[in-house]
Structure formats: structure tokens, C-alpha cells
Design a protein around this ligand. Structure first.
Ligand code: NA7
Length: 560
């Protein structure tokens, strides 16, 4: 990659630059734009994919789409960008989101600083130099003052190693790594493992194509209809006329998406009122029932059960065979919405089709993957294709794929062996000048992702600018402040019902992973206040050290 001001040491072939960003999804693209175009730093971005998009590059499975409205699922940093892009559906599908990200990359001329098909394999901090030594799988070695792994929270696939793993002789697909050219299941016998948000999007469409689809369900889920529709002209015009207000409203809400029906308590209403209210939210679609119905359903078990029973009744109504309906219905005691609520379109009706069957693998677990299919409790299911829709090693999986070593050679994996340790989800003690985006212990996946990403990228860029203008060589989270933040994250989480669920929010989907609730539930708005205040106080909670050596980044920033 040509850089005018890069310094190449002829002795060890290490390229000196200001910052390395890993990942070219929503986060990596905006980070590059800010660091390169606002701060005029010398930045390189690496991504193992062949193009931009991050999660939207890989997740090309049928039905993949966002589940907050498209106008909200987009960057807010540029009024021009908001005006010039027109979404075609209320909830954009993967190809359109990928086109949008390609448009952003081209519009801001980002591609020239992204190296695709290249994985960053190691990043080691050198405290004497106050720099990260970074290596890619193409053998490129870099020395960068700042290291920003913008690797995504849901990007490292969870692939269960069933007995016989790898022995199936038919086609094998992973939803999180779907072939670019697509897959035609026409006439095929297909098995799909998993019934999470991903599987629920894919199953109805695959069922329409396949000769037969067998769904392997371990835990039934509470889903609500997405209620997608082609983008209405009036809706688009209203959004474009009022984007600042739309964004302001989003920031006023817990999850960064406005809902206008939220009432304080399900228990303060009569059964009839409650049912009518839930029905209205159900008809709205998306997350309206989950985070836009009653404020107490994620805090109070009794309130939660009213929503859970509402969804169970809907499932029983939509699935004709009562035996299948009972397998699809989460049992008594399983709380609603404490795992992420999937949004669906015709998911439950799909089980009324003749060519779809459901296998309850909680009752009859998968024993083995064979050359011809899957064996459950002595029954052999024969397939032409098997799909793994088994989720992700969330939050930490993608970071651990890189050999990240901080001060004294300590690995991130070792430092986080009992669960992630961060200060406000942005930085970790012992890992100076490294910043994570929508990482663990930030609002992350429970906040509007593009807005959360912008908040983090802007905070990081401001922090770097502050450091450069003030001659600092390193910034590092204090251990004490990290401890306090971790306790606070836990305290807030424990005031809700969410940590009780067996979910990827707590690492419970990955055997052997420490089970710690990883999302900050204080809400995006409050969180933004916290991190802004830290910055305003000269990065309270962090230790800043003067630069050991004068560097080019400072000169560039000072010249601005
Ligand atoms: P999820 O929500 O983690 O769902 C994964 C599904 O795969 C879920 O039904 C799991 O059952 C099932 N699973 C995982 N491991 C196994 C094993 N070993 N055996 C059987 N079944 C298994 O991932 P998604 O991709 O659907 O959604 C993740 C997020 O991506 C989503 O929330 C959006 O934010 C985007 P389980 O429930 O664990 O019993």
C-alpha cells in the first residue's frame, strides 16, 4: 500500500505508521475516515474478507437483514450521506446494507487504505517505544502507535464439534460464512442446526426451496414478527426532512431506536389492557414488543411472564399441529427477551408446511454427524446439505484470534481468562493505545450498532487528537478504574433478568467460556455521558504518559 509519508526501516522491514485498524465493517470504515481524513494520520486497515462490510460481508445467508429500521441502521455523521442514500425496505436486507457500505467506502475514498484478504495475526506492545508491533498473514510487519481492533462482536463463528465433525460428505454451510455466489437448495434434503435470530431469518426461505428441510432445535425461542415492507415514500421523505430529530430521538432511548408505545409497568394494567397493548406492539413489529412495550418486563419476572405468555399464545395460534407448537413454545420458566428477541417473517407458519420437520434435540440430542447426515437418539436423518446456524463466539472470539500481547508480553486471552476486563468497553489495563469498538462492557449489541460505533470511533479519534496535541506517548486504563467499571456493569446487569438466561450475552453458548454478562445495560445515552465526562476531565480513569520519542502523528495533528 503506497503511503507518501511511511517510513520503512531497511534493517528489519518494519513499516512505521500511526495507526492500524483491523476490520472494514461499519466500525473500521468510519475509524479510517476519522483518523485519516480528520486527523490526517497515516492509517492502514486490514480485513480478511475480499471486500468491505464486516459482518455484512460474511452473513449472506437467505433472509439476512437488519432488525432495526434502515433509517436508524445507518451512519449519522454526514447529512449529505443521509440525504443521498435511499433504502428500499423498512428493514434493509444484507445485499443492500453491503451496497451501502461499499458506497460509503467509495464516497470517502477509503478503499485505497484497506488491505483485503489479509489477516492481522499478531499485535505486541513495545512499552519502550510506546508502539504496537503488528504482523499480518502476508508477512507485513508494522509499527503503529495506535492499534484499533474493529473486529466486530459477532464475527467469530461458533462451530460445535459434534462427534463425527467433518465427516459429512454432502454440502456444508455456515450462515456466518455464506458462499458469495449463493446456494440453490432446489430439490435438496437440507438439515439446519440452530433456531436463533439467524436461523429464524433463513428457515422460511430455505423451506420454500428445499425438497425437505429438517430443523434441529435445542432451545425454543420467543420471536416476534419483523413486519417488513417496501420503503414507503412518505416515510423516507419524513426521515430525510427530519434526520437530526430522528437521531436525537434515537439517543433519548435505551437502545438507540425510538418506540412510541413504551409504558412503565405491565403489572399496573388489567389483563385486557395488557393484551391490547402487546397486540399493538406485535403489530408494530421488530423490537417493539421487546423494548418498546413495558419498562418492567426485563426486570420483573411476573411482568416478564405476561409477555412470555402472550408470545406463547401467538405461537400456538400460528402453528397448526399442537405437538409441533408445544416444541416451538419456550416452556414455563423460560423468560422472554432475556436472550435477544429474534424477529421473523413467516417463521412459525413454516412449520405448517409438509416439507418441514422439527427435531427437538434437547430431548433427542445430536449424537453424531455421519457421512450422510445427522444421528439423533438412534434416528438417522439423511441430507444433501447441512447448515450450521449455531451463532458466534461473541465479543471476545474475534479479538482472541489475534495474538494480542500488552505490557510485559501478557496476552489479552490471559488477562481476560475470567471474562473481559475493560474500562468502559474501550480499553484494557496493560494494553496501552489499544481501543476496542462496541466491545464487551459497552452498550454494544444492545444499542443501535451504527450509532454505537460512531460514538466509539469519535471518542477514540478525539482521544488520539488530545494525545497528539499534548505530546502523550501512551494512554492506558487504570486497573482501579477498570475494577470499578466491571463492578458497575455487573451491578446494572444484575438489576435485570438478563444474566439469568443461557445466552451469548454471557458466553453461555461456548463450552468452557467464562460466564460473565458482557453488555453494559445502563443505556446508550447514559453511557455516552459517562465516556464524554471522562474525556472532558482529561481522560479520567486513564494514565497518560509523555511521548518517549517525538513522532510524526503529533506533527500532523499540530499542523491542523
Ligand atoms: P444464536 O442466537 O447464538 O443462535 C444459535 C443457535 O444455534 C441457537 O439456537 C443455539 O441453541 C444453537 N446451537 C448452538 N450451539 C449448538 C450446539 N452445540 N448444538 C445444538 N444447537 C446449538 O446465534 P444467531 O446467529 O442466530 O444470532 C446471533 C446474533 O446475530 C443475533 O442475535 C443478531 O444480533 C445477529 P441454544 O439456544 O444455544 O440452545
Amino acid at each position: 500500500m503506497p503511503h507518501n509519508n511511511q517510513v520503512v526501516s531497511s534493517v528489519n522491514s518494519v513499516v512505521e505508521i500511526d495507526a492500524v485498524v483491523v476490520g472494514a465493517g461499519f466500525a473500521g470504515l468510519y475509524m479510517l475516515h476519522l483518523l485519516r481524513d480528520k486527523l490526517k494520520l497515516n492509517v492502514e486497515v486490514y480485513d480478511s474478507a475480499e471486500g468491505v462490510g464486516g459482518t455484512w460481508y460474511w452473513n449472506r445467508y437467505p433472509g439476512a437483514r437488519c432488525d432495526i429500521p434502515s433509517h436508524h441502521y445507518s451512519y449519522s455523521f454526514s447529512a449529505e450521506l443521509q440525504q443521498e442514500w435511499t433504502w428500499s425496505e423498512k428493514y434493509a436486507a444484507q445485499p443492500e446494507i453491503l451496497s451501502y457500505l461499499n458506497h460509503v467506502a467509495e464516497r470517502y475514498d477509503l478503499l485505497k487504505d484497506i488491505q483485503f484478504s489479509t489477516r492481522v495475526v499478531a499485535a505486541h506492545y513495545d512499552a519502550t517505544q510506546q508502539r504496537w508491533l503488528i504482523e499480518t498473514d502476508s508477512g507485513r510487519r508494522l509499527s503503529a502507535k495506535y492499534f484499533v481492533p474493529a473486529v466486530g462482536t459477532l464475527s467469530s463463528a461458533n462451530i460445535p464439534k459434534f462427534k463425527g465433525h467433518g465427516s459429512f460428505e454432502g454440502e456444508v454451510y455456515f450462515t456466518g460464512h455464506w458462499p458469495k455466489e449463493g446456494v440453490d437448495f432446489t430439490g435438496k434434503r437440507v438439515g439446519i442446526i440452530g433456531t436463533g435470530a439467524t436461523a429464524m431469518q433463513a428457515i422460511p426461505l430455505i423451506a420454500e426451496q428445499a425438497a425437505h428441510l429438517t430443523v434441529f432445535q435445542r432451545t425454543p425461542n420467543f420471536a416476534a414478527p419483523l413486519v417488513n415492507e417496501p420503503m414507503r415514500r412518505d416515510v423516507d421523505q419524513a426521515a430525510k426532512a427530519n434526520y437530526p430529530e430522528l437521531r436525537r430521538q434515537a439517543w433519548e432511548t435505551f437502545a438507540g431506536v425510538p418506540f412510541d408505545r413504551l409504558k412503565p409497568s405491565a403489572l399496573e394494567e388489567s389483563e385486557e389492557q395488557r393484551r391490547a397493548h402487546y397486540e399493538a406492539c406485535w403489530q408494530d413489529g421488530g423490537f417493539s414488543l421487546w423494548i418498546g412495550s413495558y419498562g418492567d418486563i426485563l426486570f420483573n419476572k411476573e411482568a416478564n411472564e405476561t409477555a412470555a405468555e402472550f408470545v406463547r399464545a401467538k405461537i400456538r395460534e400460528r402453528v397448526k399441529d399442537p405437538v409441533i407448537a408445544s416444541v416451538l413454545c419456550p416452556p414455563a420458566g423460560q423468560t422472554y427477551g432475556t436472550k435477544r428477541q429474534p424477529c421473523e417473517t413467516n417463521y412459525y407458519e413454516t412449520f405448517n408446511r409438509q416439507n418441514v420437520s422439527l427435531v427437538d434435540i434437547k430431548k433427542a440430542p445430536i449424537e453424531e454427524i455421519t457421512g450422510t447426515g445427522i444421528t439423533t437418539a438412534g434416528t438417522q436423518h439423511e441430507f444433501d446439505a447441512i447448515i450450521y446456524a449455531t451463532g458466534f463466539d461473541a465479543f471476545t472470539g474475534a479479538l482472541f484470534k489475534i495474538d494480542i500481547r500488552g505490557r510485559d508480553g501478557r496476552t489479552l486471552q490471559e488477562y481476560w481468562s475470567q471474562g473481559p476486563r475493560t474500562l468502559v468497553g474501550l480499553a484494557a489495563h496493560g494494553f496501552p493505545n489499544m481501543f476496542t469498538i462496541t466491545g464487551p462492557q459497552s452498550p454494544s449489541v444492545l444499542f443501535n450498532m451504527p450509532l454505537g460505533i460512531e460514538m466509539h470511533c469519535e471518542w477514540i479519534a478525539d482521544c488520539i487528537e488530545y494525545m497528539e496535541l499534548n505530546g502523550f506517548g501512551s494512554i492506558e486504563a487504570n486497573r482501579k478504574d477498570e475494577d470499578e467499571w466491571i463492578s458497575h456493569v455487573k451491578e446494572v446487569a444484575d438489576s435485570t433478568l438478563l444474566p439469568e438466561a443461557t445466552s451469548w450475552y454471557s458466553g453461555a453458548n461456548i463450552p468452557g467460556k467464562p460466564q460473565v454478562f458482557m453488555v453494559y445495560l445502563g443505556g446508550g445515552k447514559h453511557y455516552k455521558q459517562v465516556i464524554t465526562e471522562m474525556a472532558d476531565k482529561g481522560y479520567a480513569g486513564f494514565k497518560l504518559e509523555q511521548a518517549a520519542v517525538a513522532d510524526s502523528a503529533r506533527k500532523v495533528c499540530e499542523a491542523l
